[in-house]
Design a protein around this ligand. Structure first.
Ligand code: NAD
Length: 322
């Protein structure tokens, strides 16, 4: 088996690979780790979205595995250290999604500020509630961007075009970085300093032990009363119970969540009842352009690796070391 795909993927996209390789597509395989381990034993490469957990154990049980292609950006479902130790190439199209996620983030900022989903709901239910749909302008407000990487930077540029002032918290960005001066952004040493001065807070950091639940009771309390919170990064950076409390007691004016602690959420969380919360089913990268770029990048690299040629979009090394 050349390529094992343990998640749902459009058949049409796979046509060119299927003509050249043995491609096995089992959409529900990611749900059963034991079955996945047994199927992976024969696989030379894996192509995964965000649902398959590529653990050290899975890698250890796949002696023929030479590469893992991640159809997306976040690498929190792949044990990259274990893959590297085993000599397995990890491929990810790190640039493919950024524009789509940044555009969705701006959409959410505007939707929260102008209460677009609420106004849509009430109008469709027969009301004509102009007073209840009062919003705020973005122009002249401040947005705090937590995580100033590919997506954070694109959000900053777009936010500037709307007249927002930009504050940045990112412990790995230097104060003299041109990426900051390009968008007249101010770097804050402490997350709380950025939060205290922002009307909108949007998070674009990866999920790591340091960022896990970094948005919690304490950090929500550090936000300005009446501010809005947006998460299009990873659900795990937010303590959802604490966010719910901050919304319910009116400290936050609203929130938009594209990503959740558990996906899909296994029970109704209570957010569904709040009219000032926008919930999306992890669609940051769900555009035709991002999906096409992502698939072509990963498919191209798995093809190269299977032909003993170096990958171009690797996160550890270009050729397998096993
Ligand atoms: P990136 O690696 O380019 O940028 C991440 C930034 O976060 C880096 O600048 C890094 O220094 C910073 N960072 C690291 N630790 C931090 C911390 N403790 N506090 C603040 N900042 C910290 O990644 P990217 O391409 O911009 O993507 C960001 C995240 O967006 C991804 O990791 C992924 O989880 C998420 N994402 C979501 C979707 C979606 O569909 N909603 C799609 C793509 C990516």
């Amino acid at each position: 088996m050349d390529i094992l795909i343990p998640e749902e993927l459009a058949v049409t996209a796979l046509q060119s690979l299927s003509e050249k390789y043995t491609v096995v597509r089992e959409g529900a395989l990611w749900r059963d780790q034991e079955k996945l381990k047994s199927r992976a034993r024969e696989a030379r490469t894996l192509m995964v979205r965000n649902q398959t957990q590529v653990t050290a154990e899975l890698i250890a049980s796949a002696p023929n595995l030479i590469a893992v292609g991640r159809l997306g950006v976040g690498l929190d479902n792949i044990d990259v250290a274990a893959a590297t130790k085993a000599g397995v190439v990890v491929v990810a199209p790190l640039d493919a999604n950024a524009t789509s996620v940044a555009e969705l983030t701006m959409g959410l900022l505007l939707a929260l500020a102008r209460r677009i989903p609420e106004a849509d709901r009430t109008t469709k239910s027969g009301a004509w509630d102009r007073k209840g749909s009062m919003g705020i302008e973005l122009d002249g407000k401040t947005v705090a961007i937590c995580g100033f990487g590919r997506i954070g930077r694109l959000v900053a540029a777009r936010a500037r075009a709307f007249g927002l002032k930009v504050l940045v918290f990112d412990p790995f960005v230097r104060e003299d970085s041109p990426a900051l001066s390009d968008v007249s952004a101010k770097l804050c040493d402490r997350l709380e300093d950025a939060l205290a001065n922002a009307d909108f807070v949007t998070t674009h950091s990866p999920l790591t032990p340091e960022t896990e639940r970094m948005f919690n009771r304490q950090t929500f309390a550090a936000m300005k009363r009446g501010a809005y919170f947006i998460n299009t990064s990873r659900g795990g950076v937010v303590n959802e119970t604490d966010l719910m409390d901050a919304l319910k007691d009116g400290h936050l004016a609203g929130a938009a969540l594209d990503v959740r602690e558990i996906e899909p959420p296994d029970s109704r969380s209570g957010f569904e009842e709040l009219s000032n919360v926008i919930l999306l089913p992890h669609i940051g990268a769900a555009t035709i352009e991002a999906q096409t770029r992502t698939f072509e990048t990963v498919a191209g690299d798995l093809d190269r690796i299977l032909q003993n040629q170096p990958a171009r979009n690797f996160v550890n090394f270009a050729l397998p070391r096993r």
